[in-house]
Design a protein around this ligand. Structure first.
Ligand code: DGY
Length: 299
């Protein structure tokens, strides 16, 4: 099976693919009739140039840019990598919560700039993380992993979830109620037509003064202009790993001490990324052998 991959994906599993060429799909300018599979990291697939395509293996759990509906309409299987990145993403969520709430990055900058010129007992105070209320928007795999970690910090957990389930992980709330009650809100919904712009200006205004918004999901879920305005005003704080137009980040955020910024590294551990490649390869090998893929996307 001839495969195009948009980069060499990390880990030893990638070497198990025999006939693979590394290409930037946006640079293809002629039909590739012999290509049966592509590997992408949530990138658009030019179906019109791939007449024999059988499978798109997405490196990542989110597939909002792949064009899944068009693929499925043409009978092309799409797979993703659920499960193997939950722990890494939940860990980063807590790193952002702690960094934003405890002013870790601002403190680091102050020390490096040689501006730490006072006694430890003087200076501004942060809010306590332990014992505060955490609102989890989307109690799926990653949201649940965040909720389990929250127990260690003795957090009261509120959550939203599309389908009702009985769970000990927290108390269910409607979204607006959750935003009003929580000290920290963390987003764990996939990007879909329903969640695009879910946290709009009205909903951001529901957050209490000093609340912290953490996003390791997709930038498009938040109205980025409205969030920037709230952060520039100093009313909210945030830990942001994802942005609407990556790798571009609104420049208004660069000088703000109430925001911690990371470059979409939720799944960025060796363990998670190599396991994602393993799952990509296992999906491709299954399709090549005429077997059902392990983790097909069924929107
Ligand atoms: C995903 O899997 O969709 C993530 O965004 C990658 O970190």
């Amino acid at each position: 099976m001839k495969i195009l991959a948009t980069r060499r994906y990390p880990g030893p599993a990638f070497a198990e693919l025999e006939d693979v060429e590394i290409v930037r799909l946006e640079e293809l300018d002629a039909p590739q009739p012999d290509v049966e599979a592509v590997v992408v990291a949530n990138e658009p697939v030019p179906l019109e140039l791939l007449p024999d395509l059988r499978v798109v293996a997405n490196f990542g759990v989110g597939y909002d840019r792949v064009g899944v509906e068009a693929c499925l309409a043409r009978g092309v299987v799409v797979t993703n990598t659920p499960g193997v990145l939950d722990a890494a993403t939940a860990d980063l969520t807590f790193a952002l919560i702690l960094a934003a709430m405890r002013c870790v990055v601002a403190g680091d900058r102050l020390v490096r700039a040689g501006e730490w010129g006072r006694a430890w007992s003087d200076g501004a105070l942060a809010d306590e993380v332990t014992g505060s209320t955490l609102g989890i928007v989307g109690l799926g795999r990653i949201g649940s992993a965040v909720a389990r970690r929250a127990r260690g910090f003795e957090l009261r957990v509120l959550y939203t979830r599309r389908r009702h389930v009985e769970t000990e992980l927290g108390e269910h709330r409607e979204l607006d109620e959750l935003l009003t009650e929580a000290d920290v809100v963390t987003l764990h919904v996939p990007l879909t037509r329903e969640t695009d712009g879910l946290i709009d200006a009205r909903r951001l205004a529901l957050l209490r003064d000093g609340a912290c918004l953490v996003n390791t999901s997709r930038g498009e879920i938040v109205d980025e202009d409205a969030l920037v305005a709230e952060l520039v005003s100093g009313r909210l704080r945030a830990g942001l790993d994802v942005f609407r137009d990556e790798p571009n980040v609104p420049s208004e955020l660069f000088g703000l001490e109430n925001v911690v910024l990371t470059p979409h590294i939720g799944s960025g551990t060796r363990g998670a990324r190599e396991a994602m490649t393993r799952l990509v390869v296992d999906n491709l090998l299954a399709v090549a052998r005429g077997k059902p893929p392990l983790t097909p996307v069924r929107p």
